[in-house]
Design a protein around this ligand. Sequence first.
Ligand SMILES: [Zn+2]
Length: 281
Amino acid sequence: MTERADWAVLACYAHPDDEQGVTGFLRRCVEQGIRVGILCATRGEVGQIADPMLATPETLGAVREREMRRAAEVIGVQDVFFLDYRDSGMAGTDENADPRAFVNADPQEAVGRIVRVMRAFQPTLIITFDESGGYGHPDHLAICRWTTEAFHAAADAEQYPREGAAFAPARLYYASFGRGVIRQFAEFLAQNNIPSPFPGVDVEQMGLAEERITHTVYVSEYLDLKRRSLEEHRTQMFPNTALNALPAEMWNAFRSVERFALVAGVPLPEGAPEDDLFAGL
Ligand SMILES: [Zn+2]
């Protein structure tokens, strides 16, 4: 359909560090000469701060924007787009009610901003969270919903005519961890009496059910690069989280595999390799 040199990927997320689930795939694209962009709806300004030396609640948004840009640079990504919404906070917190919060955005306006980036960047593939947002963060659900709408709207010249000329990305993928891995984590934490990092979230509602996964990409060669990119999100490096309690082998196995579900766009050809998201294009 297009020349490989024209291929591009746009990963659409809600907060700096959400992109960390797909940094191996994005790096592989960079190495293949494919353009890669990261869209971030907010600056994660209501997140916790791991070290008070790094930021205050007032500066956190600006600090996390810089962290996001550095984390992207580590994997070779220069194009980072912010939609300038405010982080809505975890479900049930007061921040959910802030009128600037991403979840309170006018849906037309939010979809329009995403359409504008898609039409300008012209990505072949769009990647975003699955409908569970991984673990149910309200902004993750919103970015999944509005990115999905924008994927369809970007192709339609009658929609959002002020946001640029129509452009149709070829495929939309949801990226998340496989539910089997999350069950393993939950079992390990329970056996070791470590409280879940996501209390009240049902494991069976997290991530992608195995049967939906269309692509499994093995990225163990990028483990070190992925770690360095992750660690650029310094304000989010909490020393005593449940995830830090996981044995290194379990963590590395988790970080070595990235999973995707094709949800819209050009169907895959028969027998397409399970790690080729561009197959047949
Ligand atoms: Zn997030």
